[in-house]
Design a binder for this molecule. Structure first.
Ligand SMILES: [Zn+2]
Length: 327
């Protein structure tokens, strides 16, 4: 059992915002702050900014960096958690071959660990959120893209090339829609935020999706999935049809994951977490129809951490041990 008084620093690095949090090993957050629109186009400058921000946060609560037990970093990939390097981060301009762990170790002199954001979110929901108490859990997020983190047999599963969890690109619809990744029929092409918004914009250009277009002030370029959700709430027929397709494709993917991995729990982030009343029961029903009765006790729940997820994601990485990284 880890010492509950250990101090952990977590830094969640996202394209539009970064979150820095200090917590005890029990998960009690002592300080948290966020940086908006922080990316400068140079990873060196960005890291300096994050470091400075973390130092201000520590000073604010009177903690010296030498008192930290570990520092956890959650960042978009592809990345290598063993070497602590980000290969490339499409949402962070100028971030290529970034030795993130080395830089933070040099700056703070404590053990620093790095994990990709989907895996870190899975760890967070498992330790502190909807997946507590399970040994097998799938966390699935459908924000801009679609990604998953897999907790199997009581630990994070990364795969041979650290690419386990790329379920957004499982080919769910044969001969289906083109995906941004270059493949066809991917889960993400039907359920990812960017792909959905683009699909609606295309329909709007062809004269459909009128209610959604009106919600976006008549400007096709402004359409987002938020307008889609609003239109579902208003009972719009086009928006509800699109929800049927979204749920069918998602249920198909979840059935494959349930049959393949037999998890106790599936935790869903973003759209479903924010609007469970519009999606959750219909999704559970569709998943049930696609799996054996013996597997139907699987729990399908929205993320519990919500807005606190980024902080807990990075803190969960800080609470890993170096042995979790194969060293
Ligand atoms: Zn794809």
């Amino acid at each position: 059992m880890a010492d509950p008084d250990r101090l952990l620093l977590g830094i969640d690095i996202g394209g539009t915002k970064a979150v820095v949090a200090l917590a005890r090993a029990t998960g009690e957050i002592l300080a948290e702050s966020r940086l908006d629109d922080w990316s400068s186009g140079s990873w060196e400058r960005d890291i300096e900014k994050l470091e400075a921000h973390a130092r201000v946060l520590l000073r604010g609560v009177g903690v010296d960096p030498a008192e930290l037990y570990a520092l956890g970093l959650s960042a978009p990939g592809p990345l290598n958690p063993v070497t602590g390097t980000i290969m490339e981060a499409p949402n962070l301009p100028g971030w290529k071959d970034v030795p993130l762990v080395e830089r933070f170790f040099a700056a703070f002199g404590v053990q620093a660990l790095l994990e990709n954001d989907a895996n870190a979110a899975a760890l967070a929901e498992w330790r502190y959120g909807a997946g507590q108490g399970t040994r097998n859990m799938v966390y699935l997020t459908m924000s801009t893209g679609v990604g998953a983190g897999l907790i199997l047999d009581g630990r994070l599963y990364r795969g041979a090339r650290f690419e386990a969890g790329e379920v957004g690109h499982m080919p769910i619809v044969r001969g289906g829609r083109a995906c941004a990744c270059g493949l066809y029929g991917c889960l993400e092409a039907y359920t990812g935020g960017n792909a959905l918004a683009e699909h609606i914009r295309e329909d709007a250009r062809a004269g459909a999706a009128k209610a959604i277009l009106a919600l976006a002030d008549g400007d096709i370029a402004k359409i987002t999935t938020k307008h889609w959700v609003e239109a579902i709430r208003a009972g719009d027929a086009y928006a509800c049809l699109l929800r049927d397709e979204f749920l069918d494709v998602l249920a198909q993917a979840l059935a494959i994951l349930i049959l393949g991995l037999n998890p106790e729990s599936i935790v869903l982030g973003t759209i479903i977490q924010a609007n469970p009343d519009l999606f959750l029961d219909m999704l559970r029903e569709r998943v049930s129809e696609r799996i054996w009765p013996s597997l139907r006790d699987v729990r399908i729940d929205p993320s519990e951490l919500g807005e606190r997820l980024p902080a807990y994601a990075a803190l969960s990485v800080a609470s890993l041990e170096p042995t979790d990284f194969g060293s």
